[in-house]
Design a protein around this ligand. Structure first.
Ligand code: KG4
Ligand code: ZN
Length: 345
């Protein structure tokens, strides 16, 4: 039984996860209403809010689980990537609990969490490929074995969610903008034609800043000409460009690596257009597509518990020197030890 803590950005979350698969509780306190009026997450405010809520959320997560603190086998906490001040709050809370209860501490990678959120609802088969799309990340991650992560593609500039939020801001939509663009795009009768950033022919990398600039250029030119902006068509054009590139590159990588499953994860996995397009293409290719339910796609601690279980099974623990690491490498966090040499947990 792992008690997991996640405070990397603007959600304070604590969960109790059994055996890496069963969620006993998963309490998430979102700060969106606090950051909304600033149009984005203000790091200093995020840290303060985490400090205010972490103890209450922890108590509630333990209560909801039906167990007690003494029943926990380990404490997991997001070590990075994320906002350093925000990470620190969760880390200090987790270290205190680990010390007080005398149970191991497991520093956990946030993206490994997003990927292993899938394990809370499906059984993963290897090799598999994960498309991670969130406010801070856009990555294609190959998992050749359980717990082994190889980043084969990443964004060279903006993350997808970040591009969504910036475009939404230019259209004066509320933060976070992703869901609003998604809704507008679905309502549109036509789509503004916008470029696609394919990069080099063999690259699995992404780039969204050019697309964002193209959207801003359309908005400015329309204004300068005194014309009325078709916001829905622009949202649809933007969304189609994003989806076209994400889907095409993911399917090409999946084929090249002969994977058994494609996993979609991160906050942008809630996007209806992206889900529909991936479902259609994966069905054509007879490739199983796994997508966690919405509340496990956005930041939550249950996913951290699921990823931390990889380390608990192998008895790979952190010590109390654990530091928040905003640039923590996913590949280095991999667990490559064969499981056979460890007793079953
Ligand atoms: O994974 P997440 O909760 O936090 C990070 O770790 O970043 O992702 C949040 C991001 C935001 O940028 C938000 O606009 C985007 O996910 N998002 C969406 C949708 N729902 C949330 N983007 C596009 N379409 C959506 N339906
Ligand atoms: Zn996240």
């Amino acid at each position: 039984m792992i008690l997991a803590v996640e405070t990397s950005c603007d959600e304070t979350s604590v969960a109790v996860v059994k055996g890496g698969k069963q969620i006993l509780s998963n309490v998430v306190s979102s700060q969106i209403d606090v950051h909304e009026r600033f149009g984005g997450v203000v790091p200093e405010i995020a840290s303060r809010k985490h400090v205010e809520t972490i103890t209450l959320i922890m108590e509630q997560a333990v209560r909801d689980s039906g167990y007690e603190l003494k029943d926990m086998s380990a404490i997991a906490v997001t070590q990075g990537p994320g906002l350093v001040g925000a990470l620190l709050v969760g880390i200090v809370a987790a270290k205190s609990l680990s010390l007080a209860l005398d149970v191991p501490l497991i520093g956990t990678h946030h993206i490994a969490g997003h990927i292993y959120a899938n394990e809370l609802v499906h059984d993963l088969e290897y090799p598999c490929l994960a498309l991670v799309v969130s406010g801070g990340h856009t990555e294609l991650v190959l998992l050749e074995r359980e717990g082994s992560f190889r980043v084969i593609g990443r964004t060279r500039d903006d993350a997808v969610g970040e591009a969504y939020d910036k475009v939404a801001r230019a259209l004066k939509l509320p933060y976070p903008g992703g869901p609003h663009i998604d809704r507008l795009a679905a309502e549109a009768a036509t789509a503004t034609v916008l470029p696609r950033a394919w990069l080099e022919a063999d690259s699995y990398d992404f780039s969204f800043s050019g697309l964002k600039s193209a959207v801003l250029a359309v908005i400015n030119q329309t204004r300068m000409k005194g014309l009325e902006l078709d916001e829905a068509a622009l949202a649809r054009g933007f969304q189609e460009s994003v989806i076209d590139v994400l889907v095409t590159k993911s399917l090409r990588a999946a084929k090249a690596h002969g994977v058994k499953q494609l996993l979609l994860c991160g906050g942008v996995a809630a996007n209806s257009g992206l889900r529909a397009a991936l479902e259609a293409r994966c069905e054509e290719e007879a490739l199983p597509l796994l997508i966690p339910p919405g509340k496990l796609c956005t930041d939550n601690a249950a996913m951290i518990g699921a990823a931390a279980h990889l380390k608990l099974k192998r008895e790979c623990y952190s010590d109390l020197e654990l530091k928040a690491d905003p640039g923590l490498s996913l590949e280095e966090w991999s667990v490559d030890e064969p499981l056979e040499q460890f007793p079953k947990q």
